[in-house]
Design a protein around this ligand. Structure first.
Ligand SMILES: Cc1cc2nc3c(=O)[nH]c(=O)nc-3n(C[C@H](O)[C@H](O)[C@H](O)COP(=O)(O)OP(=O)(O)OC[C@H]3O[C@@H](n4cnc5c(N)ncnc54)[C@H](O)[C@@H]3O)c2cc1C
Length: 278
């Protein structure tokens, strides 16, 4: 399968990328290409031009900024898994990255691309929501930093203008994280999440949980959080909290798993995620 014809640009800086997006309103940014290119081959997207940001070195790497960990948007899953900072301070992101596709996907797919694509079955939105991450972007009017809950607006719809580039994912208050994890029930063929749960327990007793795969776009499990935060993670408390995992959410179904089954799995995986926070 071949995509429709397109022009190709490879800028060396974020400002040049923004200029190219403004000059070519039908253009799309190309990161790892592991979501965009399949969609183009299916002709579900036919951008007039691709603006390849893979050579912009400012967008790569992991660094610490005080108590915040900053991940460049063009950092691949594999690079993230190899980062000493992530290994020491946020191993839950290694759990999540290890769950993504196969080695080839992890070598090419980027964290910024995963956020901007807003795939309802994508793994990273769930763990980034549970970590209360922020997403920084730059456009013609300057830069802005949004909470991940604002950014992940809807299925395949980030809160992002067509001429805006995601530059960083920022995870604040890392020293307040006592334990965090990502677990997933994967589709046996595609490996994508039927249900994935990101879970965080903070040193001050809050529990933050998010779900992906079973809902139109990754979302916090607010009813579970209110039920369990500040309480002991006893078996009874966990059971009562996990029962609330479907409250306030609409579930999606398809030929692989019905909405009822995904809702059921959301409760099961919420319970397992809470157990792993003990
Ligand atoms: C076989 C296969 C298996 C997969 N399995 C999984 C899985 O199990 N779990 C999972 O979560 N994902 C999975 N993926 C998806 C993979 O993780 C994607 O690569 C990733 O989600 C998107 O990142 P990318 O760098 O490839 O983005 P691209 O495909 O290059 O871009 C995706 C979209 O985001 C936009 N974009 C990219 N970067 C930016 C930016 N910096 N600023 C603004 N917009 C931007 C692009 O314009 C495009 O619209 C799989 C993919 C494949 C091909």
């Amino acid at each position: 399968m071949y995509p429709a014809e397109f022009d190709y640009h490879r800028p060396e800086s974020v400002s040049d990328a923004i200029k190219l997006l403004q000059e070519n309103p039908e253009a799309k940014l190309l990161a790892g290409g592991h979501s965009l290119l399949p969609v183009m081959k299916l002709r579900l997207a036919q951008p007039s031009a691709l603006v390849d940001i893979s050579r912009i070195s400012d967008l790569k790497g992991v660094r610490e900024d005080g108590d915040t960990i900053v991940i460049g948007a063009m950092t691949t899953y594999s690079e993230l898994m190899g980062s000493d900072v992530i290994k020491q301070k946020l191993p839950c992101l290694i759990d999540a990255a290890d769950n993504v596709g196969d080695v080839q996907v992890r070598n090419m797919g980027t964290i910024g691309g995963a956020c901007a694509h807003c795939d309802p079955a994508s793994d990273f939105p769930a763990i980034l929501l549970a970590l209360e991450s922020e997403i920084k972007s730059v456009g013609p009017n300057g830069e802005r930093t949004q909470s991940s809950s604002e950014f992940f607006m809807d299925m395949f719809t980030p809160k992002l203008e067509p001429d805006e580039v995601v530059t960083e994912i920022r995870i604040p208050n890392v020293s307040n994280i006592a334990k965090a994890t990502y677990i997933k029930f994967a589709h046996p063929a595609s490996g994508y999440a039927i249900v994935g749960i990101g879970a965080v327990r903070t040193n001050d007793g809050n529990v933050q949980l998010s779900v992906t795969g079973s809902v139109p776009i990754a979302a916090r499990l607010s009813a579970v959080e209110s039920e369990i935060s500040g309480k002991d993670l006893s078996d009874d408390n966990i059971k009562a909290a996990a029962e609330k995992a479907t409250e306030g959410l609409d579930f999606v179904g398809d030929i692989h798993a019905s909405d009822e089954y995904r809702a059921h799995l959301t409760k099961v995986y919420a319970r397992r995620a809470l157990e792993s926070l003990k």
